[in-house]
Each structure stands twice: as structure tokens, then as C-alpha cells.
Design a protein around this ligand. Structure first.
Ligand SMILES: NC(=O)c1ccc[n+]([C@@H]2O[C@H](COP(=O)([O-])OP(=O)(O)OC[C@H]3O[C@@H](n4cnc5c(N)ncnc54)[C@H](O)[C@@H]3O)[C@@H](O)[C@H]2O)c1
Length: 384
């Protein structure tokens, strides 16, 4: 398989795991990085033994085929658009960008140029996501009628050294974490037809407590930090979505689905592994453990976690490797720009529904991505 050269734009917090994971994958090779802060690019370059460039230099390089956009959401559009215009495939961190109109422009630009556009999350391609998808497709819980998707925490200012963007337009729990939950649901249930919602700002101001140059800074909150929504899927399921950064403690699993033949607890869509719990009708929960499947083994712990919290499967670059393979073979890939655009439109529909208290239709309709067979997933590993 042809190897595509990868350049990373944005050398902040998340770039480390991308740079660390990249050598594990077939068909991609990290060949350079860039950042508006040259010192950030130089530090990452020195750590991973690659050259640092300016963004313009990186986009002009012939040995770079794919740009991985790890900048903050507000600059996703500009960086991805510039990369596509320079003739590069793009894989972006989530969200695709911060307006539906710009999202459409990115998808159209990639299509017009015959380039691949991908976007996180790719977690649904991990072992937990694949097993959950297989069990849904096999009808293990029958037709899904309803469910819950719940992400509740107390914000980002206690761990991220520069958490400003989380509380400004383009941030908030919906745009920041919604892609994982809504993306996982769309992969399992198909597209969303319409949404209803209520939104609120729980705390008008956040004080940065994470260690770093911004410790003690006050951030004015400009986006809803508590969102309760009802997602109406085209296939008929209705899912209650709750996302909040105003909650200290809770006891809800991330995603539960209720089908005509049983119930299922889908693993945390922030990660690539995790057990699936399922029931036959009202019988006891049973466990399906995907850790022996490709990309299921826990391999990562956040430096911010207490020592008691177990490691998780974190195989960021999986969607990038899948995009690279599809791009070299001229086929479709799964964590695509089109999927991300549908999720983006659903997220903005939720925010609009919260403001207007009206039902909002989601216009973009897509097919579910094809399920990723375990053997195909395994083939994305170098040397497999
Ligand atoms: N931090 C996480 O744990 C995490 C997890 C999953 C996804 N993400 C996503 O990854 C992206 C980056 O998050 P982060 O936490 O690494 O942010 P960050 O602020 O730590 O890093 C962003 C980097 O992008 C650079 N940058 C900003 N604008 C730029 C531009 N126009 N051109 C070049 N460089 C530019 C900044 O200088 C900074 O170094 C976001 O979209 C976020 O949603 C983050």
C-alpha cells in the first residue's frame, strides 16, 4: 500500500497522542508539523524527530499528502480550506468547523477537487464501537425505539491549560463533545430527522484552575453549558441527549439504547474500546468484551486522571489511517466530512431549538457509514 505523508497543523494538547500513535498505523507517515506559535511546532518537532515548518511552508510541501488539522474549532475552517485548496487531503479534529455553511463549503471543496475530507471522532471505528454496531445490525436488541445519551461534568477549566475556547462561540458541551455522542448514535441508528431542545448557562463565569499561564483567569461564558435535547431519528428512534458542564456528580452511563427485544449500554464514545452491556428483554445485563479485537486493548491514561481510574483504549489516527487507505484506493472512508457535516447540522439544530423552543429539522441526510469489519480494521495496523 502506498504511504501518504502527513503534516500536522496545531501542536497543542491533543497533538501529542496523534504524533505518538501515528507510527503504529500502515499507510501514513508523519513528515512535519506547524503552528501559529512556532515554539509549539518546534517543541513537538524536536520530541518526535520531524521538521517544523510555518503553516504556509507545510502546505506547499510535495512530500505532504494529508493535513491533520488539530487547531482550535474557530480556525478549523480556515486551516482545512487552505489545505484542500493546496491539494491536500484533510483529516480534522472535531467539530468539522463552527458553522453549517462553512461545513458545506468544506465538503463541496473536497468533492470538487477529488480529495478526501475526514473528521474526528473516529472512536466508533474502535473495537467497542464496531462490536456495538455489529450487535445492533444483528438485531440483538431488536429495533431501537428510544435511548439516552448523557455527558455531564463540571467543565474544562480544571484540566486544560488554555480553556477559553470551550466557553466561546464554537465551544460548549454540544459542539465540543456532541460529535462523539451524536456521531456514535448516527453510526448505530442512521441520520437524525429533527430535534427539540432546552439550553441554559449554569455559571456565568469560569475561573481557570488548571496549572499554567492562565491559572486564576476569569472566562465569561458565552455559550449554553447545559443542554437537554430530544433527537428524532429518521428510522424512528427517539433519543434523549443531555450534555452539561454544570454538574459535579452523576450516575448515568454514556449511552443506553432500548430496543423491542432488549437494551444495550454502548461504551463511552470518547474512547475506542470498552464493554458493551446488553439484555435479552428484562433479563440480567450480559457483557460483551471487545478488548481482544483490534483497537480494543486499553493503552492510555490521561495525566489528569486520578491513579484509580483505569486506562482506556485511545487509538487516535485510526480514522486518519482509514482515510489514507481509502484515498489511495479511490474508495469511500467512514469518519467522513459528510458524516461530520450531518452531525454539525444536528448540533446547530439543537442550539437553535434551545433558543427558539421550536422543533428544528435537520436537512442533510446521509447513509450510515459502512460497518468496519475486524479484519479490515486489523489491516490498518503496520505489519499486520
Ligand atoms: N485536548 C483534548 O483532549 C482534545 C480531545 C479531543 C479532541 N480535541 C480537539 O482537538 C482540537 C485542538 O484541541 P487542543 O486541546 O489540542 O487545543 P490547544 O489549544 O491545546 O491546541 C491548539 C493549537 O493550535 C494552534 N493554532 C491555533 N490556530 C492556528 C492556526 N490558524 N494555524 C496554526 N495553528 C493554530 C495553537 O497555537 C495551539 O498550539 C480541538 O478541535 C479540540 O476540540 C481535543
Amino acid at each position: 500500500m502506498k504511504t501518504l505523508g502527513v503534516g500536522i497543523v496545531g501542536c497543542g494538547v491533543i497533538s501529542g497522542v496523534y504524533m505518538q500513535n501515528m507510527p503504529m498505523f500502515a499507510g501514513i507517515e508523519l513528515r512535519g508539523c506547524a503552528d501559529v506559535r512556532p515554539e509549539a511546532a518546534q517543541a513537538a518537532a524536536a520530541k518526535f524527530g520531524i521538521p517544523a515548518y510555518s503553516v504556509d511552508e507545510l502546505l506547499k510541501r510535495d512530500d505532504i499528502d494529508v493535513i491533520v488539522n488539530l487547531t482550535i474549532p474557530a480556525t478549523h475552517f480556515a486551516v482545512s480550506h487552505a489545505a484542500l485548496t493546496a491539494g491536500k487531503h484533510v483529516f480534522s479534529e472535531k467539530p468539522l468547523c463552527v458553522s453549517v455553511e462553512d461545513g458545506r463549503r468544506l465538503v463541496a471543496e473536497a468533492e470538487a477537487r477529488g480529495l478526501s475530507l475526514g473528521c474526528a471522532p473516529d472512536t466508533f471505528l474502535g473495537a467497542g464501537g464496531r462490536l456495538a454496531r455489529r450487535m445492533i445490525d444483528e438485531g440483538r436488541i431488536g429495533k431501537v425505539l428510544s435511548g439516552t445519551a448523557i455527558l455531564l461534568s463540571h467543565g474544562m477549566e480544571h484540566w486544560h491549560p488554555d480553556p477559553e475556547f470551550f466557553f466561546k462561540p464554537g465551544g460548549g458541551p454540544i459542539l465540543d463533545l456532541g460529535p462523539y455522542y451524536i456521531g456514535a448514535l448516527v453510526n448505530l441508528l442512521g441520520p437524525i430527522a429533527r430535534v427539540q431542545a432546552q439550553t441554559a448557562i449554569g455559571f456565568a463565569e469560569r475561573i481557570v484552575t488548571a496549572k499554567g499561564p492562565r491559572t486564576g483567569d476569569a472566562i465569561r461564558v458565552e455559550v449554553p453549558t447545559t443542554v437537554s435535547a430530544l433527537l428524532d431519528f429518521q428510522a424512528g428512534a427517539q433519543v434523549t441527549l443531555m450534555m452539561s458542564w454544570d454538574v459535579w456528580k452523576h450516575g448515568h452511563p454514556p449511552i443506553e439504547l432500548y430496543g423491542t427485544e432488549g437494551s444495550m449500554r454502548v461504551p463511552d464514545p470518547n474512547f475506542f474500546g470498552g464493554n458493551i452491556e446488553f439484555s435479552e428483554r428484562d433479563q440480567d445485563w450480559q457483557i460483551a468484551d471487545p478488548s481482544a479485537l483490534p483497537f480494543g486493548q486499553p493503552n492510555w491514561r490521561s495525566p489528569n486522571w486520578p491513579a484509580t481510574r483505569p486506562a482506556q483504549a485511545n487509538y487516535r489516527c485510526l480514522g486518519l489511517a482509514e482515510l489514507a487507505r481509502a484515498a489511495t484506493q479511490g474508495t469511500a472512508h467512514r469518519s467522513s466530512g459528510k458524516l461530520a457535516l450531518h452531525v454539525l447540522e444536528a448540533m446547530f439544530a439543537i442550539l437553535e431549538a434551545g433558543e427558539t423552543r421550536r422543533v428544528v429539522q435537520v436537512g442533510t441526510q446521509i447513509d450510515r457509514p459502512l460497518a468496519l469489519p475486524d479484519a479490515e480494521a486489523l489491516a490498518l495496523l503496520k505489519g499486520a
